[in-house]
Design a protein around this ligand. Structure first.
Ligand SMILES: [Zn+2]
Length: 135
């Protein structure tokens, strides 16, 4: 969809460059122009209940996904290693890094954003089965 550069800044500038993710640790937020190109400014606060930032030394990822429902474009995408990836792109599985061990709980964002009712029911049934076996 789009590749960003990132800049660590103290203050986010008035005019955003279209392909820059501005990271302000001082104000715990990331700001960028909507990845669809509409020019709207997207501000993602960094907090345990908002977004989380992963900086791997070279690129930036944000979790959970960014859904711009209040904009006309209504775009929905992930920022993954500086790449904006359309959320509806099925080739992209944001849970691909999840450990294979089924006993490890999925991250909160994956549970909240993904998984059909059937998946959740199955997970619930499995956890009930596990509890039963340990009795
Ligand atoms: Zn947009």
């Amino acid at each position: 969809m789009k590749i960003f550069r990132h800049k660590f800044v103290e203050f986010v500038p008035e005019c955003l460059e279209p392909d820059v993710l501005y990271v302000s640790l001082r104000f715990s937020l990331v700001s960028h122009q909507c990845a669809c190109g509409c020019g709207e400014e997207v501000v993602t606060p960094l907090a345990p209940r908002d977004w989380q930032l992963i900086f791997n030394g070279e690129t930036i990822s944000l979790f959970p996904s960014i859904g711009n429902w209040s904009f006309q474009c209504r775009s929905h995408y992930w920022i993954d290693q500086n790449h904006a990836v359309r959320a509806r792109d099925l080739r992209y599985r944001p849970d691909r890094k999840r450990p294979k061990d089924k006993d490890v709980a999925a991250p909160r964002w994956a549970v909240a954003k993904g998984g059909s009712i059937t998946d959740r029911l199955l997970a619930k049934l499995k956890s009930m089965g596990r509890r039963h076996r340990s009795d």
